[in-house]
Design a protein around this ligand. Structure first.
Ligand SMILES: [Zn+2]
Length: 393
């Protein structure tokens, strides 16, 4: 009788959570990681998938996406950007609020194989309207807290967006209400920085960062919009390093309007390093700017990070930011069998940010195969006419 359900055989296993980077086989049974070893006999498994020459990592975790497909105008179908794109877990970053969260447990979560971790928007209607917050009535603190508590652990965070007109209506009361909701409900706080309307005082970041505590998450770290972490002279605001030292998680969510290579280079030059890479995936973002989680990894290779670093930033780091590192983000024995098989393709690639800044790179990460809770998924064709690779330089 075979001992294992599945062996992923012959790939180079890179698991930063355990400091592993070597050719190994990974065995899975009962939806969990059973063993990693130099060679595990194919006789011992019901199914073996050969992945020689490929990279095997813990399942990629995308810390910022929008998957309220069929409800929000821009929501993408989770599995398209998830298990069919090399990603096993996606955080929905506030697509819904207390008025319209009900569709997640009813329609979205049970109809996708990708694990979805919803964060609830402090705006009661989530991202159903543009703008999201448009009056004092847009926030209902009590019902927001109640919705999180009654989700029984499904909702793991509160999301707030430092944008106009929310800031014009509420000022700093808005992120403070979000923080209060998060604390009272006992979940994470994620705050979007960068005013996409480009109207509000850029110095708002200096008031926001001091209210972020250890374990809270800043998203869009490399935004070029007002309210980012660089001042008008391109210097890091002092509160940014202080927040980092306090243990605030720094996420880079790309999206359609909040990622610039030049901002990233200046932030990195001044010694601040983000912890997490994410997409802010939406339907139009997938087509036009983001394309895929694996392309985000490519963009960070283009910024000078190495492969182990970008894998840590998309596996164990977001798992820890979510407080889920006991179950996901690692190939430790006993962890959920979430595995991404990736290919790193040599070539002359060029990648673009949201303001047409470009970087060249000779390595492009593309997805090959995904395992979620022990089940194997093929990847889709990819977001571009030719598949997953970026543009050729
Ligand atoms: Zn977003």
């Amino acid at each position: 009788m075979p001992m294992y359900d599945l062996i992923i055989k012959g790939g180079t296993v890179i698991d930063p959570s355990q400091g592993i980077n070597k050719v190994s086989d990974v065995a899975v049974s009962d939806g969990k990681i059973a063993r990693i070893a130099a060679s595990i006999s194919v006789q011992e498994a019901r199914r073996t998938v050969e992945v020689k020459g490929k990279i095997v990592t813990p399942g990629l975790i995308d810390l910022h996406t929008h998957v309220y497909h069929g409800v929000n105008a821009n929501g993408v179908s989770a599995d398209v950007g998830g298990v069919h794109a090399g990603v096993t877990t996606m955080v929905d970053a506030g697509s819904s609020g207390c008025d319209n969260y009900g569709g997640f447990p009813q329609h979205i979560i049970p109809n996708n194989k990708t694990e979805i971790v919803p964060f609830l928007h402090i705006c009661r209607t989530g991202l159903n309207t543009t703008p999201d917050i448009f009056s004092r009535e847009s926030i209902d603190l009590d019902r927001t807290i109640k919705t999180v508590v009654e989700s029984n652990g499904v909702i793991r965070g509160i999301k707030a967006r430092m944008v106009s007109p929310a800031l014009e209506i509420f000022g700093m009361e808005m992120p403070r209400l979000a923080k209060r909701a998060a604390r009272e409900a006992g979940v994470k706080l994620m705050v979007h920085i960068g005013d996409t309307e480009k109207r509000y005082d850029a110095n708002v970041i200096r008031q926001l960062l001091p209210i972020m505590d250890e374990g809270d998450i800043i998203t869009h770290l490399f935004t070029a919009n007002p309210g980012g972490i660089l001042d008008s002279r391109g210097k890091l605001v002092p509160e940014a390093k202080e927040a980092n030292e306090r243990g605030v998680w720094l996420d880079t969510a790309h999206g359609r309007g909040n990622f610039a290579f030049d901002v990233g280079a200046k932030v990195l030059d001044q010694g601040l390093v983000p912890h997490c890479i994410s997409t802010d995936l939406t339907l139009p973002g997938r087509q036009r700017t983001v394309h895929s989680m694996t392309e985000m990894l490519t963009r960070f290779l283009a910024l000078g990070f190495n492969l182990e670093q970008v894998i840590a930033m998309s596996t164990i780091n977001p798992a820890k930011a979510l407080g889920m590192e006991d179950r996901i983000g690692s190939l430790r024995t006993g962890c959920q069998a979430d595995i991404s098989v990736l290919d790193v393709k040599d070539g002359d690639w060029i990648v673009y940010d949201v303001i047409q800044g470009a970087r060249k790179t000779d390595k492009a990460v593309v997805p090959v195969l995904t395992v979620k809770k022990g089940e194997v998924f093929e990847v889709g064709w990819g977001p571009r006419p030719w598949g997953w690779e970026p543009d050729q330089a």
